[in-house]
Design a protein around this ligand. Structure first.
Ligand SMILES: O=C(O)CCC(=O)C(=O)O
Ligand SMILES: [Fe+2]
Length: 344
């Protein structure tokens, strides 16, 4: 069930997904303005686990450059891109994956969601290609690079971009922590799970879709799923297509592309940390402009792989019930990789 609205795409002033301005956290706002931004995030963000964010501090010029580099990457001949192939196993989750390699909806089939019919997700194959990049210092999830002569600017730009996005991610984490009214020591332990070396920068290209493909199950560009991260920041081009589940109605709502807005969704890990205060957002990408390619850039912010993820005690005390057992991100993601049988 897709909600169809009167949207046109491009620069747009209204959105079905609510917007929160976090500039008090990126430009030295006073305590009062920070508190207001955190309360706004709590109010809007807990409904469906997603918000648009302005005031995140990532410059438009840097983003324009990132989309330019992304397009240039995917414009390379397949044989050149395959000089940095994603390995067959799940680790490292790095390098280039061609179309048809993943099925985002497979996890959704194994879970139950109110208002979402499982059969809607059966047989949907993602029609996209991707390139995953992480911290140069992560030895387990080590980067897989194209030979330098294939695309000389690629590695320097994307590694710089990775750390710029990390700054925005840390501002968002601060707002999230403040919004949960955690104790000082809880806040410290949640921050300690996010040192920066575990994030994942993903470049995505959804090629144009032909009419016969549309009839044959490619109606979805990326099947509905939740992310496993703590949270994800998402930049998309002007074609749109990203949608989030509205939990009350069971309809999907549009994350309308707007200048200066990134979409932030809660992933499975922060749902646990917040003891369900923030739900992990079910989302998908539908076809808005089949004849056009679509580019997007998600930045996943998971906790460190061995850090213990648990509902924070002050939240549990407020809720009167602890909803989740302890887990490490490593255990959780291994289980998820098995569930969706990805890269096996
Ligand atoms: O391309 C998009 O807009 C969404 C991508 C996404 O949800 C993902 O890679 O997990
Ligand atoms: Fe996602």
């Amino acid at each position: 069930m897709t909600k169809s609205g009167p949207h046109t795409y491009g620069t747009h002033n209204d959105s079905d997904v609510p917007i929160v301005d976090i500039s008090p956290f990126t430009s030295n706002g006073n305590l009062e303005s920070r508190k207001r931004a955190a309360q706004e995030l709590a109010g809007k963000g807990r409904v469906n686990g997603c918000v648009g964010i302005t005031g995140h501090g990532v410059s438009p010029e840097l983003l324009a450059e990132a989309f330019k580099i992304t397009k240039k990457l995917f414009d390379l001949p397949y044989g050149e891109k395959m000089k940095a192939p994603h390995p067959d196993g799940p680790t490292p989750h790095r390098g280039y994956s061609g179309t048809g390699r993943e099925r985002g909806a497979a996890k959704t089939e194994t879970e139950s969601w109110d208002g979402v019919k499982k059969q809607d997700y059966e047989g949907i194959i993602d029609y996209k290609e991707s390139y995953e990049i992480g911290s140069e210092e992560n030895e387990v999830q080590y980067n897989i690079w194209l030979p330098e002569d294939v695309f000389p600017e690629f590695r320097p730009f994307t590694t710089k971009f990775y750390w710029e996005l990390h700054k925005a991610a840390m501002a968002i984490l601060k707002v999230l922590i403040e919004s949960l009214e955690l104790t000082e020591s809880e806040a410290g332990s949640v921050r300690a799970l996010h040192g920066g070396h575990d994030n994942q920068l993903r470049l995505l290209h959804y090629p144009p879709i032909g009419a016969n493909q549309l009839e044959n199950q490619y109606a979805s560009r990326l099947g509905a799923h939740t992310d496993w991260s703590a949270f994800t920041m998402l930049f998309q081009d002007s074609h749109g297509g990203l949608q989030f589940l509205d939990r009350a109605s069971g309809d999907f709502i549009d994350a309308v592309p707007q200048d200066g807005v990134l979409y932030k969704n809660i992933g499975d890990m922060f749902q646990r940390v917040s003891n369900g205060f923030y739900p992990s957002a079910l989302h998908r990408v539908v076809v808005k402009n089949p004849g056009n390619a679509r580019y997007s850039i998600p930045y996943f912010v998971p906790p460190s792989s061995d850090g213990v993820i648990e509902p924070q005690p002050s939240r549990v005390a407020k809720d009167g019930k602890r909803l989740y057992e302890l887990v490490t991100f490593k255990e959780y993601s291994e289980q998820m990789f098995r569930t969706i049988n990805m890269y096996s």
